[in-house]
Design a protein around this ligand. Structure first.
Ligand SMILES: CCCCC/C=C/C(=O)SCCNC(=O)CCNC(=O)[C@H](O)C(C)(C)COP(=O)(O)OP(=O)(O)OC[C@H]1O[C@@H](n2cnc3c(N)ncnc32)[C@H](O)[C@@H]1OP(=O)(O)O
Length: 364
């Protein structure tokens, strides 16, 4: 999966620098300051010039922004710069008129089912015989579904699963077919896919709700920290067995989990792979509310239908005011988690764990 290739090339960076000059809208001082700081970090490394005097307001503000990036590597700064510019470019393009949600083209495969009703767009993982494990195609389909939902006329977007599982995480057979570039190329591609996938959750503009209909594993758990509300059946469990797999946390969980549940509870999950019951996950703030399995679907959908009648713009604005302050931080965390995972995917510990799963020796 993905590579230094997470590594942005000098050419990508130079293109992004030129693209900034072509933005149709002024991105505002805060973003310009961020661009300045990332540019300096990417080209000169950590801030190495004396702090301007207190009365030199403009230069002091710029210095503060650069200095705040600490020891962020030149490579990560370049990547963040390119990511930020690409988001700015995308948002300054006029949105293309979207087809009504009901008419929306379905994903190519039937492993994801997207429906829209009563102001709610539902994205349903539909691979129950494999516990809704996520294939590479499903990551792409989910991203496309989120993009479409962000622009359709629905008010709330829901992610849920078919069958007895919510999702068993990354399909470990994604690792089974090594491309011509070898393991390194596989890691490079994976890191790019993961980064883009998680970015879609970070940037999703409408209320996003997880309806966790059963056990959840891996990435389906970690991205929950990026949802606005998480409803779970009392049958659900929450498991992030990264160490067992020779892998490291993703989905921004290295940042959101300690923030949600405190660092030691987060460590027990993310380092030691402790599996939480739904009640435990609720007590720790990862889950909003737990429902008895027998009435789960009825109660949750009734509640969501009632919420979908609330004024849509107000809900969207409220979500954004809650989330926007942290958006850049989350993008930085995501990029760093992907960079680290790219290395882990090439490690013996990871390869052995996956080989072991594929040869049926291990069940988590
Ligand atoms: C590019 C982005 C990468 C993002 C990085 C993401 C990281 C992660 O998500 S890490 C977590 C990965 N997931 C796992 O390690 C779970 C592996 N699966 C299991 O441990 C178990 O299957 C189980 C606990 C989820 C369910 O056990 P059980 O109830 O006994 O059911 P089965 O094992 O018989 O499963 C039925 C069927 O489904 C296949 N399957 C389940 N999960 C996965 C999976 N994650 N990847 C691939 N296949 C999976 C399982 O192999 C069975 O298949 P068949 O034997 O062909 O019926």
């Amino acid at each position: 999966m993905g590579g230094p290739a997470m590594r942005t090339s000098q050419k990508d960076f130079n293109n992004a620098v030129n693209q900034v000059k072509l933005l149709k809208e002024d991105p505002g001082n805060e973003v310009k300051l961020k661009l300045y700081a990332l540019y300096k970090q990417a080209t000169e490394g950590p801030c190495n010039v004396p702090k301007p005097g207190v009365l030199d307001f403009i230069n002091k503000t710029k210095w503060d922004a650069w200095n705040a990036l600490g020891s962020l590597s030149k490579e990560a700064a370049r990547q963040n710069y390119v990511d930020l510019v690409s988001r700015l470019s995308a948002s300054s393009e006029s949105p293309s008129p979207e087809a009504p949600a009901a008419d929306r083209k379905q994903p190519e495969s039937d492993t994801l089912v997207v429906t829209s009703e009563d102001g709610i767009t539902t994205i349903r993982l539909n691979r129950p015989t494999k516990k809704n494990a996520l294939t590479n195609q499903m990551y792409h389909d989910i991203m496309a579904a989120l993009q479409a939902a962000s622009k359709d006329e629905s008010v709330i977007t829901v992610l849920t699963g078919s069958g007895d599982y919510y999702c068993s995480g990354n399909d470990l057979t994604n690792f089974a077919s090594v491309p011509p570039g070898g393991l390194e190329e596989m890691a490079r591609r994976g890191a790019v896919l993961l980064r883009d996938f998680v970015n879609c959750f970070i940037d999703f503009p409408k209320p996003l709700v997880a309806v966790v209909n059963g056990p959840a594993v891996g990435i389906s758990v970690t991205v929950l920290g990026l949802f606005d509300v998480v409803y779970a059946t009392d049958r659900a469990t929450f498991h992030t067995p990264f160490s067992h797999l020779g892998q490291s946390p993703e989905g921004c969980s290295s940042y959101t989990f300690p923030k949600i549940m405190g660092s030691s509870k987060a460590a027990e999950m993310l380092i030691f792979g402790k599996k939480l019951t739904a009640q435990e996950a609720c007590a720790q703030g990862l889950v909003t509310e737990v429902f008895p399995d027998g009435t789960f679907q009825k109660e949750v959908w009734a509640r969501l239908k009632a919420y979908s009648k609330l004024p849509p713009n107000t809900m969207r604005i409220s979500k954004q005011i809650i989330r926007n302050r942290e958006r850049e931080t989350l993008h930085t965390v995501n990029a760093e988690e992907c960079r680290v995972l790219r290395e882990r995917w090439q490690s013996d510990e990871c390869m052995n764990a996956i080989a072991s799963f594929l040869s049926r020796k291990a069940k988590l």
